[in-house]
Design a binder for this molecule. Structure first.
Ligand code: PMV
Length: 327
């Protein structure tokens, strides 16, 4: 009753920001992402009568109470579908900074779902895994798949899951991430998106715009049209941040270096570098680029003292089971 799974994080190209149903994690809009091969979470889950209570470790340390509560809640869901009340030990390790807007919850919830279901011998297909992962963290339902992925909005839990648009070998684009802060963000995605849906006067307009952008993005991915992917991703990021900025209270996830990098990236395009930015709910900047320009983008970022770390990812693969347990 022990299993280990590896899942990759993902970067949204058309963002999810807002729930239609808080309990079930049903999104206000569909979204599209690319899975990232270099932002990995590995999670070992063991169910056993030997455990009197759930034990939760993150990066080899006991989890903080808030994280533990989230993980136990998700374990409870897995136990409900697996019809067991056995307690479990969950160990989760990350190879990248957590809680800093690098979508650590996406890879974590996908890995926990796959490892937990496998430990209970539940032979779920990817659609069922995606539905379960979604209820741990919305964006994680996209991390069940590799490559380019779309999460479908729906009115029911069974209808809202991720599908693969194209696998990781379809089109090699790079996400070069400028990590400018490793601190836990002050307002979580969960709280932030609730505030935005309830208070931003721009939110309705964004939902209409997203419907059009989703189709364009899907076509751009299938056509391997990097300029269109970059342009649409950058515009969608700015549209999401416009709703954040106009929330009450206002949500400013950017730091001064974030804005500086946004302006640099736009200028780099004049030097014929293929580079577009996208930013999630945090200050770190993801720079989408082509393989031939990735080294140059990386070099330019490394020259900036405010950039603490540069992480370079290709399109990553599906979440998978491994026999290398963490304990
Ligand atoms: O699923 P969450 O709660 O980690 O929210 C993710 C929100 C964004 O990263 C900003 C956008 C997205 O679609 O991943």
């Amino acid at each position: 009753m022990k299993s280990t799974a590896i899942a990759n994080s993902n970067i949204a190209l058309i963002k999810y920001w807002g729930k239609a149903n808080e309990e079930l994690f049903l999104p206000m809009n569909s979204s599209i992402s690319m899975t990232l091969d270099n932002l990995q979470t590995i999670c070992t889950v063991e169910f056993s009568e030997d455990f009197e209570k759930d034990i939760v470790e993150i990066n080899n340390q006991p989890a903080n109470p808030k994280t533990e509560e989230r993980i136990v809640k998700h374990l409870d869901l897995i136990r409900r579908v697996g019809k067991t009340d056995l307690k479990a030990k969950v160990a989760t390790n990350f190879n990248f900074p957590i809680g800093a807007g690098l979508a650590s919850s996406a890879s974590a919830s996908a890995a926990l779902t796959l490892a937990g279901c496998s430990a209970l011998d539940l032979n779920f297909d990817k659609k069922q895994l995606s539905i379960l992962a979604r209820q741990g963290s919305g964006s994680s339902c996209r991390s069940i798949y590799g490559g380019y992925v779309k999460w479908l909005k729906a009115n029911t839990s069974e209808g809202s899951y991720a599908v693969q648009i194209a696998d990781e070998n379809h089109f090699d684009i790079r996400d070069v991430i400028a990590v400018v802060s490793k601190e836990e963000k002050a307002v979580s995605s969960r709280d932030g998106m609730k505030t935005t849906v309830e208070t931003s006067p721009l939110y309705k307009a964004r939902l209409q715009e997203v419907e059009v952008s989703l189709n364009k993005m899907e076509k751009a991915i299938l056509d391997k049209d990097f300029e269109a992917i970059g342009r649409l991703a950058e515009a969608d990021c700015l549209s999401m941040h416009a709703t954040m900025l106009t929330s009450q209270p206002s949500l400013i996830y950017w730091e001064p270096i974030t804005v500086k990098l946004m302006k640099h990236v736009q200028r780099w395009r004049n030097d014929r570098l293929s580079a577009y930015f996208t930013i999630d709910a945090g200050p770190n900047v993801h720079i989408l680029t082509l393989p031939e320009d990735a080294k140059e983008v990386e070099a330019r970022l490394k020259e900036m003292p405010e950039v603490l770390e540069v992480i370079h990812s290709k399109p990553g693969s599906d979440a998978m089971i491994t026999n290398k347990h963490l304990y």
